[in-house]
Design a protein. Structure first.
Length: 135
């Protein structure tokens, strides 16, 4: 059932506004940022969560990058890659096994860009399933 919901939401995208948009508490947002709701969506199920949130604001690209580099580690996110317009973070999902042979992490990516002269950023959250390491 969960896989079907995930597949449906992933295929339809955020434009359909199938559900209430919830910003998760462990993904901070810079002050004075405004969510563009018709481009945003989220889903919080028992075994996974996912989302895409699009914001606009008065911050510079550098200010947004610095905000996320300093704030995300406070919520146990680890920076795994960065470039001038994007950051990638990962967090292990402790206690949320997919199966006996698999474990999961969450991946959060922040993309920063300009639209008609205003700075926007998109936050994308997804689950990554990987084979469990043998001990």
């Amino acid at each position: 059932k969960v896989c079907v919901i995930f597949f449906f939401v992933a295929c339809v995208g955020c434009n359909q506004q199938l559900h209430k948009v919830v910003q998760f508490p462990d993904i901070p947002v810079p002050r004075n940022s405004v969510m563009i709701k018709h481009e945003s969506c989220s889903l919080d199920a028992a075994t996974f969560r996912m989302g895409q949130w699009v914001y606009k604001g008065l911050q510079t690209r550098e200010a947004i990058l610095n905000f996320y580099k300093s704030e995300m580690p406070k919520f146990k996110w680890q920076l795994v890659s960065e470039d001038k317009n994007a950051l990638q973070f990962e967090k292990p999902l402790i206690g949320k096994r997919v199966s006996l042979a698999e474990e999961a992490d969450e991946k959060c990516a922040i993309y920063i860009y300009k639209v008609k002269g205003e700075t926007r950023f998109t936050i994308r959250l997804k689950k990554i399933i990987r084979a469990k390491e043998e001990k």
